[in-house]
Design a protein around this ligand. Sequence first.
Ligand code: SF4
Length: 641
Amino acid sequence: MFTKLFTPKKINQCEIPNRLAVTAMVANYCNEDGTATDRYIAYHEAKAKGGWGLIITEDYAVSQHAMGYQFIAGLWNDDQIASHKKLTDTIHQYDSKIFAQIYHAGRQSASFVNGGVQPVAPSAIPCPWLRQLPRELTIPEIEQIVEDFGDCALRAKQAGFDGIEVHAGHGYLIAEFMSTYVNKRTDKYGGCLDNRLRFVKEIYANIRGKVGDDFPVMIRFSADEVVQGGRDISESRVLAKLFAEWGFDALHVSSGAYGDHNKGIVSPMYVSHAWTVDFAAEIKRIVDIPVFTVNRINDPRMADGLLEMGKADFIGMGRGSLADPELPNKAKAGDLTAIRYCIGCMQGCVGKLLVGEAITCLVNPSLGQEYHLDYSKVTKPKKVLIAGGGPGGLEAARAAAIKGHAVTLYEKGSFLGGQFKSAAYPPCKGELATYTNWITSELDQLGVTIHLNRELTKELVAAEKPDTVIVATGGTPCKPAIKGIDKALVVTAEDALLGNVATGDQIVVAGGGEVGSETAAHLAMQQRDVTIIEMLPKICSDLDGVNKFNLMKILREYEVNQLTQTKVVEILDDGVIIENSQGQQTLPADTVVIALGYRPNNQLAEALSAVHNHVIVIGGAVKTSNAMVAINDGFNAGLSL
Ligand code: SF4
């Protein structure tokens, strides 16, 4: 099935057993002093076990004040080496190689993660996300940072890493020096290209002088920074040739910087797969060292095709490795349906980092928990009945079956996946279906019995006499007391998305949160005239910045009308009366979509608790939540039995 993916290739003297590389992703699993934790080591070990050829770690801070996140790794003093040696020793029990990525966050940091110290940058221009004004570095400070990089690289070698990657991309300090949109200096580190590259050139020379010629030193940089005034591929071609001439052993061609709305660094599902691969391909044509490509490549066949076309030598998958650390082994075995694909949702990984927390993954609830999870089979299997075939119920069934319990799942509807099914209908969300598909196949293999179109009732529980009942009935759409809400033209967002009802040409969507806005986008793409009515000052206010930015772009492109700080007063047979600061008006409508949130659907939980003494209620049946909470709850409930 694969022609090149599982062939080895050398970087300097280091032979990487295959072409699949885990790219650096901040996990926030380390101690605050930069030392490795058991959690951090087990997280990486899962990838080594899973067959990745090369693991590139998260950014190791070259000094205490180089950190961009509070709980990332660091090698700025010798005391930190031992804990990271434990990591490399663990990885070297397997075939994988491990490189440490080393960096200085520059202005893309904030004083609260830097011990109260103001961030630094080539020029005093704030990071558009973190917004704290950085201090312009002095020449002696620049010289010290150059030494810090060399010392950090040497410690990485002493800690047993097989190589290092210098992070000169994504808008961190080295990238800031290289690019005119942040570097406004007029001394020897600013202005012309040679001056802007002086910092990275000095860093390379310092590192090489300390680690020797045989130690792999690669560099990651953004071919296109995807920000106004940032570097594009034209100048990046020049950089690539120079990096190769100086002696870097491989080039990792990435894209983006903070403030690019994540089109570049970590692309959301709104961005095409492998959209930056042609940057790598261009660069590969002009250098004779290995080139890495990356960016929303999650399918091993796509990866192999890119290698076959000669577009790159290695394929980076950061989030693909979070969603399924065993992706390489499954691909090598030809078992592609067993792969749990990253869906590009950004909720667990990037979403958690944005609020300063450790990363998780929506589709992989074991991520970051590997160090304490126990999958061993129980000695006394229980009889487990599960009510609800949404993501929480499915995950509970999977985890309980892994532990060896006898699991039967009841879903009163005709399909599995719950709201995850309709959530895959709006533009660019289709890949959500891969999760339902994957878990359904897992349950089949684990021998879980599934009944569709059948509700778990008190009578059934009494007859079956289970040891445990898990209730995962999710939420029910809210239907507020608006006059006319029971009229025939009123439909739920779920029914509109799933095509359970035909919608008209003039549609009013009541509710401008994620569900309402996505439903509006879905309907507008069918050339309907759509208006969103939202009581809050802004629509999509329950979405993170990246997904919001991309969804709003679609709403603008398809000319969806948005009326904020407006409420629906009454629904008529052919329209909606709305009210805002300008008074009341009537909007014509032949369909009114209600997307006003959900309330816990806990009636069954109450009924079953009255007849059984071990009922576990999870996810949206407890409290209005999202798929990530439901999956996590289900996983924990199933595994704990
Ligand atoms: Fe992919 Fe979403 Fe998991 Fe992040 S949280 S790795 S985007 S599936």
